[in-house]
Design a protein. Structure first.
Length: 160
């Protein structure tokens, strides 16, 4: 079953590349006591994810912070090395956390794991965004097609 507005985000962990190596980031440390703009993408370096989805969050990161978001985080079923390189290629810096759901377990627990065999992508994430406040989903946007991004974009997150 897919996560719904009002649900608590399931426990999980991500991998993130840091100066000291690969670090584990738990959902608790990411979400507890914070308002977080969380968005999931089908894959690093994929056309829509790169050209529109991630770049939109990078471009609007300051506006999201001004709107009260403590953290902006991108999650993909990729490894932490790819997520780090993709973030650097798009200038995310500290504006957007690049989190690897390396085995897809977090995305699966959300009910948002999909296969896209036409693109050679198996066990990937649906494109989504959610507002999470202190671990609870207060807004959820899941795209009808992995080729769409408007409903889960940074601009959409800024609308109330």
């Amino acid at each position: 079953m897919t996560i719904q507005q009002g649900d608590r985000v399931p426990s999980g962990s991500f991998k993130q590349l840091s100066a000291s190596g690969v670090a584990d980031i738990t959902t608790e440390s990411l979400l507890k006591g914070k308002k977080v703009a969380l968005f999931g993408v089908a894959g690093a370096y994929t056309p829509v994810c790169s050209a529109n989805h991630l770049s939109g969050y990078v471009d609007h990161a300051a506006k999201l912070r001004a709107a009260g978001f403590d953290t902006v985080a991108c999650i993909s079923v990729n490894d932490p090395f790819v997520m780090d390189a993709w973030g650097k290629a798009h200038g995310t810096g500290s504006a957007v956390l690049m989190l690897a759901d390396a085995d897809g377990s977090f995305t699966r627990s959300l009910g948002l794991l999909i296969d896209l065999p036409a693109f050679g992508l198996l066990g990937r994430s649906e494109r989504y965004s959610m507002v999470v406040e202190d671990g609870v989903v207060t807004r959820l946007n899941v795209e009808k097609s992995v080729l769409d991004h408007d409903g889960s974009s940074a601009v959409c997150m800024l609308r109330r």
